[in-house]
Design a protein around this ligand. Structure first.
Ligand code: SAH
Length: 355
């Protein structure tokens, strides 16, 4: 059987070719595209002829994502979604309410093969890459649900390594920033990577000035290798050189993610060592209090350690902020909800957590 086309993964010209190949006039593509933008399924597309809808149902998918569960934090209104995708796969998404608008965090792979010691997404390895159409589908679905507000910012910080799924992620970025799609400015999109230098250099030259977030998490190669297997292949010197290149080509500051882990990477000396590496670079450090993952024996640094680390960076002239923890009551961190679900699949659930 031929695989069905994922319509949200097509550009408008591609969609035009698609409907023309079905013997339909090209303007149908615009009509379909308007619906796709709204996160709609075929059942919503009432201005299209029934005969066309029948053909489309047989050959294509309008909305590849459906919502399996939705939880809303009583603390800050953060919403955590578990999506169901083709092939019985599940991925997470998180909607955060910031002063500068709604920010949607999306996954880029089912699971992840990068193996970071502190990350729940990687526990079962990578099952498959997400398709661009699936990522667009999740974004339009959430955008539809949060009307009359809308998704203002997107962060690719969910499960998976976006640069390990380069082509589909790039296609997603082109679709989501397009005026034919949700039209979200590249400057309002962040892509988070564990640091693949070749792909970072390639991305810098795509003409899509998204913010690059790099998961550094260590002040040197020894600590980084302990936490992140990728550090055995890519040294910090190689990684930071690709970061400098990204900042230079895009004129955008690189954001470093640094999860503070008690007894591993959170000492003041280590902050000073980190500062020496970053000196003179167009960058910002985002300090993240580690979300404890019970499966791993790593604990968050204390608030005092976090404050001391930030101060030491500031003293050395490196701009740094502590990321506000959101959705703490709903397993906000990557992979946590899916990991719970895989252990205990309870079917559709709509839950508001208690304070
Ligand atoms: N693969 C990409 C994006 C996914 S992870 C990357 O590595 O950047 C998104 C961010 O969450 C990364 O900075 C990751 O290191 C961080 N993260 C993962 N597990 C975490 C945990 N338990 N506590 C705090 N941050 C975590």
């Amino acid at each position: 059987m031929m695989e069905k086309a994922l319509l949200p993964g097509l550009t408008l010209p591609e969609l035009e070719n698609y409907v023309k190949a079905l013997g339909e006039p090209g303007y149908r593509a615009r009509q379909i595209s308007e619906w796709l933008k709204k996160g709609a399924g075929f059942e919503d597309m009432r201005n299209l002829p029934g005969s066309l809808l029948d053909v489309l149902r047989g050959s294509a998918i309008a909305q590849p994502a459906s919502i399996l569960s939705r939880q809303r934090s009583r603390i800050d209104g953060t919403e955590k979604y578990l999506f169901s995708l083709q092939g019985d796969h599940t991925v997470e998404g998180v909607l955060m309410r910031y002063r500068h608008g709604l920010t949607l965090c999306l996954s880029t792979q089912v699971g992840c093969r990068m193996g970071c010691a502190f990350c729940a997404s990687t526990l079962g390895g990578k099952l498959r890459d997400l398709r661009a159409g699936e990522m667009v589908g999740m974004a339009t679905l959430i955008n539809r649900l949060c009307q009359p507000e809308r998704v203002h910012n997107i962060v690719l910080m969910g499960s998976g390594e976006p640069l390990d799924n380069y082509d589909e992620v790039l296609r997603f970025l082109n679709l989501i920033t397009s005026p034919d799609g949700l039209n979200i400015g590249a400057r309002r999109i962040s892509l988070s990577t564990c640091g693949l230098p070749e792909e970072m250099r390639r991305l810098a030259r795509e003409g899509l000035p998204v913010t690059l977030s790099v998961s550094l998490h260590a002040p040197n190669d020894t600590v980084r290798r302990f936490l992140m297997p990728i550090a055995h292949r890519v040294s910090m010197a190689q990684l930071l050189s690709a970061c400098r290149d990204y900042a230079q080509v895009t004129r955008r500051r690189v954001v470093f993610e640094y999860a503070l882990i008690h007894g591993v990477n959170a000492a003041v000396d280590q902050a000073r060592e980190l500062a020496r590496h970053l000196a003179g670079m167009l960058c910002h450090v985002n300090l993240i209090p580690l979300n404890d993952v019970p499966e791993r024996d790593l604990r968050a640094a204390t608030p005092q350690e976090v404050a001391g680390f930030r101060q030491a960076l500031e003293n050395a002239g490196i701009s740094a902020t502590v990321r506000r923890e959101m959705g703490a009551d709903i397993s906000g961190a990557c992979g946590q909800l899916r990991a719970q679900y895989l252990k205990n699949p309870v079917g559709p659930m709509w839950k508001e957590t208690s304070p």
